[in-house]
Design a protein. Structure first.
Length: 405
């Protein structure tokens, strides 16, 4: 189908859904959360703060939709569902008595009119880094799409410390749009306070906490209630899941961009100083952003001691070709490729093992006391795409079974 007809189809679906479900955003406050990384953690934290404050709240996230306390799957590799389902969930939430609705909002969701017509009460951007150029063409286009959420929101909130802050600020200025800022260290409208505590790992999660804090303050939640909720919040499934701590640590995380891999591995290196080896198992999905692959390798090589490259939704693309691109970044950090049959997991070496279960098994066998095995890229996801076919996958269950033997 020609692109113009696809765009018309998506837009027509959104307007029909808006009419059929009777403009549900008029009776519920919608909070939009976008960004390359941190969307899910931030959306779930906003939901947690509002629920803790006694506010009836529903949500759509990468992990699931929670409507009036009932959870629904959103589909394979889907964050923002098609427009019909978005409006259906909004209507169901309003009918269930929810006054607020938190929505993870992707660049695809914006470009494909999945949220067309929704009036967002608050919109927040966590960060914008290298991702999705396969679909969007250029980084500038990607940034522009993310910024549209803020343009459509009554109140816009920006991470003052993200690299593209000035670029987005210029766009908002050209729209005549006012915004507020949040930051962990920089001076901003909302700043990290001395009484704020979190059990979440890594400096990057403080940024996510500040995003949620600024949103909920804009919604009128008292500071004390937000701080109390942040202190009790634990990460959603697939976000820094610690599967085992002894004799060595095993962690699962959804990190799948250069920025998120860098942040997660840095937090791991700092959080486990006794580890002689940090064994990183990961890959790169097809049809997302080929240019990010060497950068992912470079990020991994900055913190990991040993790397096993494996499948991550290679679809119809060459697995070996994907790994070769990641390998360029690893080699920039001094890593040497060793064929699987000769791989012993020595420092600054990497190999390729196509089957993800086999790769995880190899990593576990290489780990010794106090080491860390961290698998990134799949997190909560329930499938692996091989040759264009979805296969059931549960990373947590697979690893637990391998550990048990």
């Amino acid at each position: 189908m020609p692109l113009i007809f696809k765009k018309l189809y998506h837009r027509l679906e959104a307007y029909l859904a808006m009419l059929y479900f009777r403009f549900p955003y008029k009776s519920i406050k919608v909070i939009g959360v976008t960004g390359t990384d941190g969307k899910t953690t931030t959306a779930h934290l906003i939901h947690h703060i509002l629920i803790s404050a006694g506010v009836k709240t529903s949500m759509i996230s990468t992990i699931h939709a929670s409507i009036g306390g009932i959870e629904y799957p959103t589909g394979f590799h889907v964050t923002t569902p098609r427009a019909w389902n978005v409006y259906k969930y909004l209507r169901a939430a309003a009918d269930a008595g929810s006054t607020h609705f938190v929505m993870e909002t992707t660049s695809h969701g914006i470009e494909q009119d999945r949220v067309r017509g929704i009036r967002f009460t608050v919109g927040v951007i966590t960060n914008v880094t290298h991702e999705h150029l396969f679909h969007h063409g250029t980084f500038d286009r990607y940034v522009w799409l993310k910024t549209q959420l803020l343009a459509w929101s009554e109140q816009a909130l920006l991470n003052k410390e993200m690299a593209v802050y000035d670029k987005i600020a210029r766009l908002l200025t050209s729209y005549g749009k006012h915004w507020k800022t949040y930051a962990v260290k920089d001076k901003a409208d909302y700043m990290w306070q001395t009484d704020m505590k979190t059990q979440l790992p890594g400096a990057y999660n403080k940024e996510n906490c500040m995003a949620a804090y600024s949103v909920t303050r804009e919604l009128g939640i008292p500071h004390e209630a937000i701080v109390a909720a942040i202190a009790t919040y634990s990460l959603p499934k697939g976000r820094y899941d610690i599967i085992q701590e002894k004799p060595f640590t095993v962690i699962i995380d959804f990190a799948h961009t250069p920025h998120s891999i860098d942040m997660v591995l840095k937090a791991t290196k700092e959080g486990y100083p006794k580890a002689k080896k940090v064994i990183h198992v990961f890959g790169a999905a097809s049809q997302r952003d080929d240019e990010k692959r060497p950068l992912m390798g470079k990020a991994s090589g900055s913190w990991a001691t040993t790397v096993i490259l494996t499948e991550e939704d290679y679809r119809n693309e060459s697995f070996e070709g994907i790994c070769e691109m990641i390998g360029r970044g690893l080699q920039e950090k001094g890593f040497v490729y060793i064929p699987e049959e000769k791989f012993e997991g020595k420092k600054q070496t990497y190999t390729m093992i196509k089957n993800r279960k086999d790769a995880l098994e190899k990593a576990l066998k290489l780990a010794s006391k106090d080491d860390v095995v961290i698998a990134t890229g799949k997190g909560h996801e329930s499938s692996l795409n091989r040759d264009g076919v979805e296969h059931e996958w549960d990373e947590q269950a697979v690893i637990k079974k391998l550990i048990k033997g």
